[in-house]
Design a protein around this ligand. Sequence first.
Ligand code: JD8
Length: 252
Amino acid sequence: MRIDIVTIFPEFFDVLDLSLLGKARQSGLIELGVHNLRDHTRDRHRTVDDTPYGGGAGMVMKPEPWGDALDSILGAAPAFEEPADEEPTDREHTDGPTIIFPSPAGEQFTQAMARELADEPHLVFGCGRYEGIDQRVVDHYATRGRVRLISLGDYVLNGGEVAVMAMIEAVGRLIPGVVGNPQSLVEESHEDGLLEYPSYTKPNEWRGLPVPPVLLSGNHAAIAAWRREQQLERTRRVRPDLLALPVESPAS
Ligand code: JD8
């Protein structure tokens, strides 16, 4: 998968050199480009923001640097033109990347959405700051390909970088080969619509707290039943809203 990020804080993403995603980049499973929006300004102050039309607090990000930056990434791909020489396999992935703008006004990011995005060959993330990005940037690129506004959750951040980091981790680890043991991807919270069961390791007693005996029994059917019951009990108690949702089978 190719991932491009546009931001005024490129060093924020240095952490993507580390751990699983760092290894995935070394092995070529993930190709990452981080672009400084200020490199796409024309004035000596490298200005990326201006006052909002219609008044109001704060500043808005100017459209021109975004146009220049995204065009350079998209190679100004013509809108929806089928490549002349080859029959498109499925239209979905022929005409360029999906552009994702994190926004508190976006669709809620979910595990199902992470799975969907993990199938994409190329994702471009646009990190806004200040009060946000001039709306015409979204409107312009929405005529040239898939543009999605996605929210991490119902709370306010100062910019898109933290949300992009979370999305790249959630999507990146679903790319085949990134996580060593794919089995561990199956038994996770939200993967089957339930919260995960509690986990334990040695010692079998810590500060007077024992490990649940069933886990030491070797009786795999009893262990699986106990874990399932723990998932249901925890989900009922902490996230009853999840029980209202149709349970997704991991394959879906
Ligand atoms: C992008 C600018 C800050 C937001 C004025 C504070 C996502 N779940 C989420 N909460 N907040 C964001 C988010 C916030 C952003 C930007 C995403 C770009 N800001 C703005 C509007 C109010 N300031 C987010 N994903």
